[in-house]
Design a protein around this ligand. Structure first.
Ligand code: PEP
Ligand code: MN
Length: 361
């Protein structure tokens, strides 16, 4: 049915939709592939925006580097066919110009672009005076300042609608993820930009299909505003990121099986129960602080003895025995070794700092 002007969703309507679901192929490969994927996604009724990489920044030369500007009319057709707005990645001013020329609705900066202030500034300059929403992926390396810097550059160019995409961070060595999520960094980015949309990209975090749903659910449980997930009409034969793409049908099932939780509810009973439990948490946190303070005082006394007797601050054996005791006690209380290690590392460092002050006073 033809949509009248009033019924037609504007890009602002779509941008403000929660949760916002973006999907489409890693790369546009052919007109047929783009249109078939778009039609499949639209048929699920669960997708708000189409994505496709037109220019692909590849780690090594020789991989498929994107179809280039000739893919832009395919995106335009996909939009006409489905009514869904389209998003593409841009990394240069020329790409911004081409994308806008072909009516691309949303631009995104990839992880390999956010990492480079020269590139971000070039894009920002090309966007001056343009009214287009921009999504900014986190940089490849776990550096929040670079991510924030990119947001500032794009905002300074006058772009009003800026959103964030958390796609995980590169880390050396094998982890189960292609890009380690390091959720705490995304949470900190949200804390610093509370009004900015934050969506999660399980595809580039996982690098495989079987973990997508778990990561997507975790993001939604952490109150992310939406998801960007790669999909392809024939995932196994995709020209890039074949391992992580799913069919449009599977994408629909996945989004359908996510448990959408609310951040808040009007239920008074819930608020009263939560308030009581939070008071208990506050009480315990206060006690923990007092106990930690007392622990440091004792540690300072030990520091004084060490100073008088010219003994080093660190005795490796003693530290090992503290950790062993803590692992055993932690296990009984259901605390993971990972947590116990991090916690005692922090306490131990603080204790060393206190003793250091005494030694050098
Ligand atoms: C992509 O979205 O296809 C892409 C290249 O992602 P990233 O910039 O996160 O690597
Ligand atoms: Mn990809």
């Amino acid at each position: 049915m033809e949509q009248t002007l009033e019924q037609k969703q504007t890009i602002a309507d779509v941008w403000n939709k929660r949760p916002l679901i973006i999907s489409g192929p890693c790369s546009a490969e052919s007109e047929e592939q783009v249109l078939a994927t778009a039609a499949g996604l639209a048929a699920t009724g669960k997708v708000d925006m189409l994505r496709a990489g037109i220019w692909k920044p590849r780690t090594r030369p020789g991989s498929f580097e994107g179809i280039g500007a000739k893919g832009l009319p395919w995106m335009q057709k996909a939009k006409e066919l489905t009514g869904l707005p389209v998003a593409v990645e841009v990394a240069t001013s020329k790409q911004v110009e081409d994308a806008l020329h072909f009516g691309v609705d949303v631009l995104w900066l990839g992880a390999r672009t956010t990492v480079n202030p020269f590139s971000v500034q070039e894009i920002a300059d090309a966007l001056r005076g343009v009214d287009v929403p921009v999504l900014i992926k986190n940089p490849i390396n776990p550096d929040l300042e670079l991510w924030i810097g990119a947001v500032e550059r794009i905002a300074k160019a006058g772009i009003k609608n800026i959103g964030l995409i958390h796609r995980g961070f590169s880390s050396y060595g094998n982890t189960e993820f292609r890009n380690a999520p390091m959720w705490h960094l995304a949470i900190e980015m949200k804390r610093r930009n509370p009004d900015m949309m934050l969506i999660n990209d399980p595809s580039h975090i996982c690098g495989n299909r079987h973990m997508l749903l778990d990561v997507a659910q975790k993001a939604i449980d952490l109150d992310f505003d939406g998801l960007i997930i790669e999909s392809h009409i024939d995932p196994d034969n995709a020209w890039s990121d074949a391992k992580q793409q799913v069919t449009p049908e599977r994408l629909g099932e996945m989004v359908g099986s996510i448990h959408w939780r609310k951040e808040d509810t009007a239920s008074e009973e819930y608020h009263a129960a939560l308030e009581k439990l939070r008071q208990q948490i506050n009480q315990l946190d206060d006690e923990l602080m007092q106990i930690l303070g007392q622990r440091m005082k004792i540690s300072e006394k030990i520091g004084n003895y060490k100073k008088e007797n010219s003994i080093t601050i660190l005795q490796t054996n003693r530290w090992n025995s503290i950790l062993e005791r803590a692992f055993a006690a932690g296990a009984k209380m259901g605390l993971s070794n990972e947590f116990v290690t991090k916690y005692f590392d922090a306490v131990h460092m603080e204790s060393i700092n206190h003793q250091n002050k005494i030694m050098n006073s």
